[in-house]
Design a protein around this ligand. Sequence first.
Ligand SMILES: Nc1ncnc2c1ncn2[C@@H]1O[C@H](COP(=O)(O)OP(=O)(O)O)[C@@H](O)[C@H]1O
Ligand SMILES: [Mg+2]
Length: 261
Amino acid sequence: MTSYEEVYAYLERRVDALKTDKSGDEKSTLAEVFDAQTLMTIYDFMTSGLIEHVGYPISTGKEGNVFYAEDSDGEPMALKIFRTSTSTFKRINKYIEGDPRFNDVKGNRRKLIYAWTRKEFSNLNRYWNAGIPVPEPIHFKKNCLIMEYIGDENSPAPQLRNCALEDPDETYDEVISFAIDGFKDAHLVHGDLSEYNVLMFDGEPILIDCGQAVTSDHFNAKDFLRRDIENINRFFKSRDADIIDIEVIMEETLNKDSDDE
Ligand SMILES: Nc1ncnc2c1ncn2[C@@H]1O[C@H](COP(=O)(O)OP(=O)(O)O)[C@@H](O)[C@H]1O
Ligand SMILES: [Mg+2]
């Protein structure tokens, strides 16, 4: 097995490589994403054989980055790393106020972000087990989450907003079913369903970014559901799809029994 020093030096080289040829903004983002503890977590992933190497950043966001990664068989994966910064903390805090599941982590920035990572993992699991197309969750630790990579050898799958749709009506039905079946079968409301958080792969939509999803009994669940449907209706209207009235969708979601009940 490689020694700790070797792996750490390797990771630092990788991080340095990531920092070169980037704008000033991106440089500081990456420096913040790869703080010492995050490097340690990636080191753990490597020594436990989950990850062989971390590749290029697929996405650099305000609250975290998603990296292309591979396991020892060269199988691609996506590694999502949440920044443990104050801005992430502030946004997350809004979502979990009043949620008893987070009582023990309130006020502790790092712990809260770890809990958020765990929440995204468990939400992915719920969707996955209910048959909603999401990246298969693989593993998580602290602020790092490993999931199935959506894309091919050339590039990651594009976001819905950047895709020309062959059959907008069909894609609309599928994306709306993320809200309906997500509620009835996974008992979750995504809470940030939009053309940004749906990837298109082989003509099929896949739901991502499930950290903020709440359970269907959450006191805000119905409001979040309505907002999700509004977002999807607005986007697909701009793509000339046949939109279903929001009240009809709300009723179908809230009143019909789940298929497996
Ligand atoms: N499993 C994945 N496979 C391929 N690309 C992904 C995957 N997960 C996320 N991405 C890319 O990274 C972007 C950011 O991920 P997301 O989970 O939406 O985080 P956030 O919006 O909070 O930064 C996505 O819009 C998508 O382009
Ligand atoms: Mg997103």
